[in-house]
Ligand binder design. Structure first.
Ligand code: DQA
Length: 144
């Protein structure tokens, strides 16, 4: 059975109450449940993780080397400046889909740059919680 690591970065634990006009009203637990169910439809296991700490996110990315087939990551604001998260993703050599709920390119300029896009298989941004569900389909296209 294929296993997907779903990783959420800083402040995403507040999804549902944090800037709902941008990120929607669904909680992270509710979004995780939907992603897990979609993975199950493909016969995959999906394990979700969230941390506000860069080191914990890197540890989790590295963990995927041993027991996962793909990664879906919303690195939150770390997306825009963490070279360490970028290096961790590269180290896994696993297909990784970068996700953002908001359309980062329509927002402040600092959100336009991503350290991780170039080392990810692709980027999905701007579709709210559906960005995560589209990422599952993107991985399906890669993993079969
Ligand atoms: C985000 C966009 C980032 O710029 C921001 O820092 C987040 C969430 C998104 O999902 O749209 O925390 O990754």
């Amino acid at each position: 059975m294929k296993k997907i690591s779903l990783i959420h970065g800083p402040n995403l634990n507040l999804t549902g109450s944090r800037e709902p006009g941008i990120y929607g009203r669904d909680t992270l637990d509710a979004i995780n449940d939907e992603v897990i169910r979609k993975c199950e439809q493909y016969g995959w296991q999906c394990v979700a993780f969230q941390s506000n700490s860069e080191g914990a996110l890197i540890d989790r990315i590295q963990q995927a080397i041993d027991d996962c087939d793909g990664i879906i990551i919303n690195a939150g604001a770390y997306t825009h400046y963490s070279y360490a998260i970028r290096d961790a993703i590269t180290s896994t050599r696993l297909p990784c889909i970068e996700v953002h709920m908001s359309n980062v390119h329509a927002r402040e300029e600092f959100r336009h740059y991503s350290t991780i896009s170039a080392v990810c298989a692709g980027v999905i941004a701007g579709f709210g919680k559906n960005s995560y569900l589209l990422a599952v389909d993107a991985l399906k296209g890669i993993l079969g």
